[in-house]
Design a protein around this ligand. Structure first.
Ligand code: PLP
Length: 387
């Protein structure tokens, strides 16, 4: 594939040498008019596909009223969104930020404050190897990819790592300085790594026994990506803190930290943000959340998810691959390390997929991806894997 560098805009990954100019639903078009079937969708962000009408309507209506009065004044949509998220999740208090990393920073900051008050200054947050939590300096250190934080050395203390899915390792790692455990219910960036059944329930029990907090990073899994509105609902556990991002704005940058009342110990002045609780972004997210939490959408995505799983199982069987993941978040583990080659071949055929690891393709389409689109993906990916 041809890759293009820009001389002015900083580049952090190699991108194909085309510019995307239009998007609708599951399709993107480049400036040459070539069409691509998109199973990356803004990096598991565009839950409702490209440029959904519902987001457009919410943005335009709020923009006509006021874009954003700013952090010094209340605005209506941010209160409505916070109340809706609390009602749907069972959490009590909400902070609205702009990115997943920002929500996770807020979660760790809140946990550390809670530790100062309740755990004699305990501040360590146990995270997992291969986990991903964002790219700020602290979240680069919380992230479990080896070497990930080296570019912003010195390393920040307070994020001991354990293997994902291993409860004994967490039990051993908990000490006097531990204030919380932070995990993804499914590791997204690692390529849809699914833990053994009972993992979250086991973590909840360990945290209860040690009197520490359970933080679930649902930036990727949250808002119906894995089926239920929140992935921790698969195991019916009650975390202390949860973060959301990606799907929340269906393409617009908004994130959330949700906290139980007993943990929500931020005082005036402890936290905030110039764009926190943004009016236009909140209005869009409210429309998205209302849509995703409707019975109609749940039925539609359940059917779409089972079509998708069937198509991927079929591909896995035909090409000696293994399938992992759930809902609309899947990793196809290839028998050889050729995921980037297959991704590039898919691109040439007009299909967008992600190479999450040298041997793992990740698929994260819109939650309402249609049966015909799934069938087309199956044919194109089959052709790409055949070569
Ligand atoms: C994408 C992601 C983040 C970071 O979100 P940004 O919006 O890129 O800051 C954090 N945690 C998880 C699980 C993610 O998938």
């Amino acid at each position: 594939m041809m890759f293009a560098e820009s001389s002015v805009l900083m580049q952090f990954n190699l991108k194909p040498a085309v510019r995307m100019v239009r998007g609708r639903g599951s399709y993107l078009w480049d400036e040459q008019g070539r069409r691509y079937l998109d199973f990356v969708q803004g990096w598991a962000v565009n839950a409702l596909g490209h440029s959904p009408q519902l987001v457009r309507d919410a943005v335009v209506a709020q923009l006509d009223a006021v874009l954003n009065p700013g952090p010094a004044y209340h605005n209506e949509p941010s209160h409505a969104l916070a109340e809706r998220l609390a009602a749907l999740s069972g959490f009590d208090r909400v902070f609205l930020g702009g990115s997943g990393a920002e929500a996770n920073e807020a979660a760790v900051k809140l946990a550390r404050k809670w530790g100062q008050r309740n755990k004699a200054g305990a501040f360590e947050v146990i995270t997992t190897l291969d986990g991903f939590h964002g790219r700020t300096i602290a979240m680069s250190n919380a992230t479990g990819k080896p070497g990930f934080a080296d570019a912003c050395a010195p390393l920040i203390a307070g994020f001991p790592k354990v293997p994902y899915g291993d409860l004994h390792a967490v039990e051993r790692a908990i000490g006097e300085r531990t204030v919380a455990v932070m995990v993804e219910p499914i590791q997204g960036e690692a390529g849809a790594v699914t833990p053994p059944p009972g993992y979250l329930r086991g973590l909840r029990a360990l945290c209860d026994r040690a009197g520490i907090l359970l933080i679930v990073d649902e930036v990727q899994t949250g808002l119906a990506r894995t089926g239920p509105l929140f992935a921790h609902q698969h195991e019916e556990v009650r975390p202390d803190l949860m973060t959301l991002g990606k799907s929340l704005g269906a393409g617009l940058p908004i994130s959330a930290l949700l906290a139980r009342e007993e943990v929500a110990c931020f005082a005036l002045g402890d936290h905030g943000g110039t764009f926190a609780a943004h009016a236009v972004l909140s209005a869009a997210a409210l429309a998205v959340v209302d849509h995703l939490s409707s019975a109609g959408h749940r039925a539609l995505r359940t059917e779409s998810a089972s079509d998708l799983e069937r198509a991927l199982l079929d591909l896995a069987a035909r090409h000696g691959a293994k399938l992992r993941g759930r809902g609309h978040l899947w990793g196809l583990v290839l028998p050889t390390r050729r995921a980037e080659q297959v991704r590039d071949r898919c691109f040439a055929l007009g299909l967008l997929v992600n190479a999450a690891r040298p041997d793992v393709l990740r698929l994260m389409p819109a939650l309402d991806v249609a049966a015909e689109e799934i069938a087309t993906m199956g044919e194109l990916l089959d052709a790409a894997l055949r070569v």
